[in-house]
Design a protein around this ligand. Structure first.
Ligand code: FB9
Length: 499
């Protein structure tokens, strides 16, 4: 008899014939997957009053994997008994010879099938049979339950087999289906869409349509997604703007050594200017248009000093200053902006910031790439002190949700004094470095032409470190580069720093 294919029609027909049925029984009779029958019944239930459905939960006994093995091949105790020859066997040999011997042995002894003899003169304990043969009732019971869950096995025994993890009580869900008030044998699957063809042909007149689901969410339109770094950059930018800072133009990755180092009073023989730390550009290799009125003052302050400084006392070379490189810090932009400020007729206080890529020929590791985004803020005004610098750094990091900030004296070629910035990391239980800062040196500011009583305080940090913390990323390659999981970019939440 070909197996009836379960369908809405077959279910309705079965219901018409029997008045009511249970989905599990129906599936078993058809030899069909129960979930398929449930799906059909649920779709009929969605049509309104065609059928009435009630959930039924019932418990039944099922053999565990171990229980099925015992029903197939015998209980552990029967296997141990069978492994004991009529003349007996050394206990250690018996235990090594049979799988699950420990369980089977103690059970066989408690059933009175086996006994242990310890020779009076010492020596190994031996196991002997106390009966000629045994009946493996556990196997018989489990095999019967395997064939029929309602086999005649007492509840007490079932509970014992459950305790031995040979049997388990399974709760299953099925449905009692009966005819609804609008029962019919012919149901037409409701249409999901009203098509132009239906309208033109008039077929819509006899169709039933799925009710509108006004709660359904729209299909999210395909769209772009901001990279986490750009989300954090937007947050940092917002904080700077709230604090009255203006953004510096950072659209220049290739910079001259003059603006990246010399203008900052960083000597030409400084190790940071070595190719091991800096990416020099081969074409164009040099910048020939450097500010003619400013350059001699820079040369002077490096070589013989001036402006109250003794300088470095070396033969400063133009060719070195002309070398092009990938900027190693956005402080090159700060130098350009401060020089431009100094050219104005009247000094005016400013607050500038920048957030952009910088490049360093560094050793790569899990948290360092050859480039990163530097965040930098500076304030230029008359009479600024280290206290102002500490205060504005505290205010800035407070807006990032960092309350505990500490300062440690440090060294930068272009700032004096300089301070490393630390914050208490509760997770790590220690202070971690979160940035660097300082007061730009007079040897940097005065050759630009800024008034002597003007100070410039500045600080910097990276964008990648807070972003990795925010998005719980351990390896910077999961944030930047070809390995980035674009799903991470699409699905990560908007960045909200704890202001
Ligand atoms: O960003 C860094 N750490 C950091 C920052 C924020 C953070 O989370 C907070 C929620 C906001 C967590 C960590 N650092 C600076 C410290 C370290 O990560 C360090 O290992 C890496 N540093 C970079 C340079 O490494 C070669 C971070 C980068 C850095 C360091 C110094 C400056 C800028 C970026 C600067 C400066 C400066 C100094 C004086 C005047 C002007 C600019």
């Amino acid at each position: 008899m070909p197996k009836e294919i379960a369908s809405s029609e077959s279910v309705l027909h079965h219901l018409d014939q029997h008045g009511t049925f249970n989905t599990q029984d129906y599936a078993n009779n058809l030899g069909e997957d129960h979930q398929k029958i449930v799906g059909i019944v649920k779709s009929l239930e969605g049509l309104g009053q065609v059928v009435q459905v009630e959930q039924v939960t019932h418990k039944h006994w099922e053999l565990t994997d171990e229980g099925r093995e015992v029903a197939r091949a015998g209980s552990h105790e029967a296997k141990v008994f069978d492994a004991v020859p009529p003349e007996g066997i050394v206990q250690a040999e018996l235990m090594a010879a049979v799988p699950n011997a420990k369980i089977g042995f103690s059970k066989a002894v408690s059933c009175g099938w086996l006994r242990v003899e310890k020779p009076a003169g010492g020596g190994a304990a031996r196991v002997c049979r106390r009966v000629q043969s045994v009946t493996d009732v556990v196997r018989l019971h489990l095999a019967a339950l395997c064939d029929s869950p309602t086999a005649d096995v007492s509840d007490k025994l079932k509970l014992e087999y459950r305790k031995r993890k040979l049997l388990q009580e399974v709760t299953s869900k099925s449905y009692t289906v009966s005819k609804g008030a609008e029962f019919t044998l012919s149901v037409e699957k409701p249409e999901a869409d009203l098509t132009p063809e239906m309208i033109a042909s008039g077929a819509w007149r006899t169709k039933t349509f799925k009710p509108y689901n006004f709660a359904a969410l729209g299909v999210p339109p395909a769209r772009g997604h901001l990279h986490p770094l750009l989300k954090v950059r937007a947050e940092f930018r917002q904080i700077f703007l709230e604090m009255g800072f203006s953004e510096m133009p950072t659209n220049r990755y290739v910079e001259s050594s003059f603006w990246n180092f010399d203008a900052l009073f960083q000597p030409q023989q400084h190790p940071a200017r070595d190719a091991h730390d800096t990416f020099f550009v081969s074409d164009p290799a040099t910048s020939l248009r450097l500010p003619a009125e400013y350059l001699p003052r820079v040369q002077q302050v490096h070589s013989v000093g001036g402006f109250g400084s003794q300088g470095y006392g070396y033969d400063w070379k133009l060719e070195e200053a002309q070398k092009n490189l990938l900027r190693t810090h956005t402080t090159a932009v700060s130098a350009r902006m401060l020089h431009r400020l100094a050219q104005e007729k009247e000094f005016r206080p400013v607050k500038y910031f920048s957030i952009d890529r910088v490049f360093r020929n560094e050793t790569l590791d899990a948290t360092h790439l050859a480039e990163f985004h530097q965040v930098e803020g500076l304030v230029a005004d008359r009479g600024l002190t280290l206290g102002h610098l500490m205060g504005i750094i505290n205010e800035f990091f407070k807006k990032l949700g960092i309350e505990q900030v500490r300062f440690k004296p440090a060294y930068n070629p272009y700032t004096e004094p300089s301070m490393e910035i630390f914050s208490w990391h509760a997770g790590l239980g220690r202070w971690v470095e979160i940035g660097n800062s300082g007061v730009f040196r007079p040897e940097m500011l005065l050759p630009m032409g800024l008034p002597e009583d003007v100070n410039v305080i500045a600080w910097g940090l990276s964008l990648e470190r807070p972003t990795m913390i925010k998005y719980k990323l351990d390896n910077i390659r999961d944030l930047c580069g070809h390995r980035v999981n674009l799903q991470m970019v699409a699905s990560n939440p908007i960045c909200r720093l704890d202001k």
